[in-house]
Write a protein that binds this ligand. Structure first.
Ligand SMILES: [Zn+2]
Length: 285
């Protein structure tokens, strides 16, 4: 990764220093950049622990992995606006569902952004599933410099104890229509909740150095890595901006907390204190 970056660059400097001892009281200095392989895996472990704790009483049947393909950004610098709009649309969709049906109040979603590079020539070599998915997205303005457009998407854990995964899928598909654009996959009953959660978080926060095209793995050219991780490092403020989180809607005493910048922010309302039964009627106090 470091070798892929231009020299000098702030990110290159940061990644080279990460893990060095002695900067502060002989503790290893960490860069906390999402572009850093070491810090990425530390972050991923922390998120697994946090989710496992928060969802320790959850059942596999009430958990799904949600993938949403938002749109194609023309270049890395345009990923940010697509992601910000995608997050806002998702929040608005869940809120709209909550206004219709109080069963949505308990939905909790935690996920992360990823973007896959694509160049015009790929259209001829992609598998049929990828082609089908791309057909439902906007066609990017292909770059004169041959650099990639970026398919911006979200992988998330959804806890939906009062609605089934089909309803979740239907609501999200109405927001993002098109074949293979939304995918809601139930957690496997053959594995523990903890193991399923860990698998999704690993997948959603994985380090990207290449991609699958047809049956072959294709490593990203160095300039693509520099473009993607350089953008991410400038955009992310140490991961927070790469994450989507929406907590359950609670009673008035516990207003919903949806600010991406506050930590910790899992909902504090317990199921027991929730004032209503989960009927289809909207609750009004
Ligand atoms: Zn680091």
């Amino acid at each position: 990764m470091v070798a892929a970056l231009p020299w000098p660059s702030p990110l290159r400097n940061k990644l080279s220093k990460c893990g060095e001892f002695g900067h502060w009281a002989w503790n290893a200095w960490r860069c906390h950049s999402p572009a850093c392989v070491r810090c990425r895996s530390l972050y991923s472990s922390g998120q697994k622990k946090q989710l496992t704790t928060t969802l320790q009483d959850a059942r596999n049947a009430d958990l799904s992995m949600v993938t949403i393909m938002f749109a194609v950004a023309n270049e890395a610098e345009s990923i940010g606006p697509v992601w910000i709009k995608g997050k806002s649309d998702l929040r608005n969709r869940v809120n709209a569902m909550r206004r219709e049906n109080a069963r949505w109040d308990r939905v909790v979603i935690t996920g992360w952004m990823e973007a896959d590079p694509i160049v015009f020539d790929d259209l001829a070599t992609l598998g049929s599933q990828q082609r089908t998915m791309l057909a439902s997205l906007n066609m990017p303005a292909w770059r004169a410099d041959g650099g990639p457009a970026w398919v911006v998407h979200l992988h998330a854990v959804a806890h939906h104890p009062a609605i089934d995964w089909q309803s979740m899928n239907a609501a999200l598909t109405s927001q993002w229509p098109g074949e293979r654009r939304v995918h809601v996959q139930q957690f496997s009953e053959g594995r523990s909740v903890e193991s399923n959660l860990s698998g999704v978080v690993s997948y959603a926060t994985k380090y990207r150095a290449g991609r699958w095209i047809g049956a072959g793995y294709d490593y990203w050219p160095a300039p693509w890595m520099a473009e993607y991780y350089g953008w991410m490092d400038r955009f992310s403020h140490g991961w927070k901006s790469m994450r989507f989180r929406m907590t359950q809607k609670c009673s008035v005493e516990h207003a919903p907390v949806n600010d991406d910048d506050i930590e910790p922010m899992y909902s504090t309302c317990s199921f027991n204190s929730y004032p209503i039964l989960y009927t289809d009627a909207r609750w009004s106090a």
